[in-house]
Write a protein that binds this ligand. Sequence first.
Ligand code: NAD
Length: 279
Amino acid sequence: MARKVVSVLVGAGSIGQAIIRRVSAGKHVVLADYSMDNAQRAAQTLEDAGFECSTIRCDLGSKEDILALLDFATSKGDVVNLVNAAGVSPSQAPVEEILRVDLYGTSVLLEEFGHVIAEGGSGVIISSQSGHRLPALPHDQNEALATTPVDQLLDLPFLKAINDTLKAYQYSKRCNVLRVMMEATRWGKRGATVNSISPGIIITPLANDELHGPRKEGYLKMIQGMPARRAGTPDEVGDLAEFLMSSRGRFISGADLLIDGGCTASYWYGDLQYLKTTH
Ligand SMILES: NC(=O)c1ccc[n+]([C@@H]2O[C@H](COP(=O)([O-])OP(=O)(O)OC[C@H]3O[C@@H](n4cnc5c(N)ncnc54)[C@H](O)[C@@H]3O)[C@@H](O)[C@H]2O)c1
């Protein structure tokens, strides 16, 4: 019997599901999440829409869990798609946890799946517009984030000095982009591409809570100051990822695509410059 073709999603939330359903028709979908409830809920939705799925608990911040996910996924067939849409945000976790999951975990995932990704395969890592709010880093920090062996990443002195969660998130997302560039050179040797996508405000259950909660005014002001004057949807991120992972996206690798309704442009040069003191 022919081996199956496998799509792996880490982080079965709104953005991850929007991507995976666009690229996985006829493939076996492995849904990995820290929360088995989330993974199983996503599997139910996808199975009701005709996808074949299996689920596994995986903490992105644990190398052991990533290796177990790798074994599980490769036992199902040839991995052609990897999507990482797992992550913790600055209001959800302390500094160490953000660096462990978003920065270290993503780096390990890229390295390990880079050993098995199939010829013609493609990966997408969800970064964030937040990484674009850091000014340019010194060359040696860029290089350290891109190339330091994964097991030594969290010992980098400039990461150890971070003491606020927003900075931890911004450095993690910047690291994702740099790590993707470095990994694209390795993935290319296997005939595969890998890119990152940096979304702006995307409406998910969490963002929707913020939009209706006590910080509503700040959010609405930010949205009004963006060129698009609205938030984005998971489907718009899904459409971009689908393009990158399709045959039309084969000349794109090691790139980061910002999809933020122009929010970053306004942050640096437009109506959102007032955010520079707090964001
Ligand atoms: N929603 C936005 O506005 C937005 C903007 C920019 C970037 N992002 C990024 O997009 C990604 C997905 O966000 P979303 O909005 O779809 O969120 P979501 O909460 O819908 O999904 C995130 C999923 O990741 C899982 N997860 C959390 N920690 C994990 C861990 N340690 N190991 C494995 N799984 C874990 C959660 O259980 C959840 O299912 C995140 O990396 C986030 O930083 C989101």
